[in-house]
Design a protein around this ligand. Structure first.
Ligand code: C2O
Ligand code: CU
Ligand code: CU
Length: 514
């Protein structure tokens, strides 16, 4: 069979008998061709892990392990997971809890889990300095100080974060607090309050994950053409309620999504990385970069079937020569294509008792006038500055690009502390991007406010607390923050680009709080 008749055959097989019918024919097929039935998979709600609770003490046991998952029909993909073959449980704790998270590394490689979005002691952060050897264990203990929010956890192994997250070492971490009960919003986990972890993957013909295979994937970060939602290829969610709260996490290594529904319906953004927005923001599109979270309220009272998509135009390159070249290259590589993510079938939905809120719970915000100092953070791609871009890249042996990804002119060094911050002293970071592509900039141990983008105020959905901000080419974002509660002159926290390939190649620095 040629490719075309193979595809038509697939369609027929699917239409008649469902996906199982594909299995016997699997040997004909390349992995890429195995998505003939879009939305044929059911949405999966990851298990909720509330730990073992005694009063305010909550204990979690997390086993990092190797596994196998059938993402594609008739194919097994070797994976990594946490208490599961791929990915991990959705952890749940409350503000004020004392959590302990025992992480057992049952894989064959050194690894570590980082608690992304949390304010915690540096030694509990789960950064590269807390790496766990194969067979080893490490326990993080800290008080949950966040307001209700959607955080996450993922591998942060030095130089290996990209490939370990790609294979599955990531999950969601939900925080609740006492005030949330006063809000009339959907909050039944798995019913009308749903985690939506979006990741993009490529597969080899044998079903294994295809991580970086060529130079542009190093430069732009690994993008894949198959979308997983909670570890399932473009699933269908049977909505149980006419108002859905989707906790969307961009858990992808590098892909930026421009989220929208196929019918362009409006939806509300009620929370960003660090919790609720001051006010719900009604939008039709939302750009979400790797590491960022957004809680969305989606009204499906019309009981239609809708598709959550990523639209073209998520990629912004600067308009100089380099930027034009970069944009074309990324377009050609499929880094900015339109993609289907999730279908929501509301035909069976029950009428929700919740209404779309206007007022939310106001986050505690700082006053910029209280800032005591400001820092300059310059994100660069070393070889791109002058006219040497192509020459510089091509001359590098073995496709490596060490020294290319820098912050303030330096690539990451585990043994170098880049600066000290003072506890309880508000500061402003001015983060500039002089490279031709976008970078999602993340800071550990803090939830900051975005004051300005290039001197202008930010859109409503960016007025809440954040720990990751997408910085466009030729853009300077001003961030206001304070490091509270903890100081430790020896153990650093990280700040870095959350494009994991950029991070692994050096676009990261570290600071201590004293
Ligand atoms: Cu989500 Cu330093 O990471
Ligand atoms: Cu983090
Ligand atoms: Cu980057």
């Amino acid at each position: 069979m040629d490719t075309h008749s193979r595809r038509s055959f697939l369609k027929l097989a699917c239409a008649g008998t469902g996906l199982l019918a594909l299995a016997p024919y699997s040997s004909f097929l390349l992995a890429e061709n195995r998505q003939a039935m879009p939305f044929g998979n059911a949405f999966v709600v990851p298990p909720l892990d509330q730990g073992l609770r005694q009063g305010k003490q909550v204990r979690f046991v997390l086993n990092m392990q190797q596994g196998k998952m059938a993402f594609l029909p008739g194919m097994e993909t070797p994976t990594l997971g946490i208490n599961a073959p791929y990915s991990g449980p959705v952890l749940h704790a409350r503000k004020g809890d004392d959590v302990s998270l025992q992480v057992n590394n049952r894989t064959e490689e050194a690894s570590i889990l980082h608690w992304h979005g949390f304010r915690l002691p540096a030694v509990m952060d789960g950064g590269p300095h807390q790496s766990i050897p194969p067979g080893g264990s490490w326990t993080a203990r800290f008080e949950v100080r966040q307001d209700a929010s959607t955080c996450w956890y993922h591998s942060h192994q030095h130089n290996q974060t990209g490939q370990q997250v790609y294979r599955g070492l990531a999950g969601m971490f939900i925080i609740d607090d006492d005030r949330i009960g006063t809000l009339d919003i959907p909050s039944r986990y798995g019913v009308d309050d749903l985690p939506v972890i979006i990741q993009d993957r490529d597969f080899n013909a044998d079903g294994s994950f295809r991580y970086i295979s060529m130079m542009p994937e190093r430069m732009h970060g690994k993008h894949g053409s198959t979308i997983l939602v909670n570890g399932v290829v473009t699933p269908t969610l049977q909505a149980q309620s006419t108002l859905l709260r989707l906790r969307v996490l961009n858990g992808s290594n590098a892909r930026i999504y421009k989220l929208a529904f196929h019918d362009n319906r409006a939806f509300q953004v009620i929370a960003s990385d660090g919790g609720f927005l001051p006010q719900a923001a009604t939008v039709r599109q939302l750009v979400l970069a790797p590491g960022e979270r957004a809680e969305l309220l989606v009204d499906v009272a019309d009981r239609k079937a809708i598709v959550l998509k990523s639209l073209r135009g998520a990629i912004v390159a600067n308009d100089g020569m380099m930027g034009g070249m970069m944009a074309r290259m990324m377009g050609n590589m499929g880094f900015d294509q339109e993609l289907d993510i999730l279908r929501i079938d509301a035909s069976q939905a029950e009428t929700s008792s919740h209404r779309r809120p206007q007022a939310l719970i106001r986050p505690t915000l700082l006053n910029p006038r209280d800032a005591r100092l400001s820092r300059t953070i310059q994100i660069s791609m070393g070889m791109m500055g002058g006219g040497m871009m192509m020459g510089g890249m091509m001359n590098r042996r073995g496709g490596g690009m060490d020294g290319m990804f820098t912050i303030n002119g330096k690539a990451f060094d585990m043994d170098r502390i880049d600066f000290e911050a003072k506890r309880d002293t508000p500061e402003i970071w001015e983060v500039s991007n002089d490279s031709p592509m976008q970078h999602p900039f993340h800071i550990h141990n803090v939830q900051f406010q975005i004051l300005e983008r290039n001197g202008r105020g930010v859109a409503a959905h960016e007025t809440g607390l954040k720990d990751t901000v997408l910085v466009n080419p030729n853009e300077t974002v001003r961030l206001l923050m304070v490091f509270q509660h903890y100081s430790d002159g020896h153990t650093p926290y990280m700040y870095h680009c959350h494009n994991l390939e950029h991070e692994d190649q050096g676009m990261m620095g570290q600071f201590v709080v004293v």
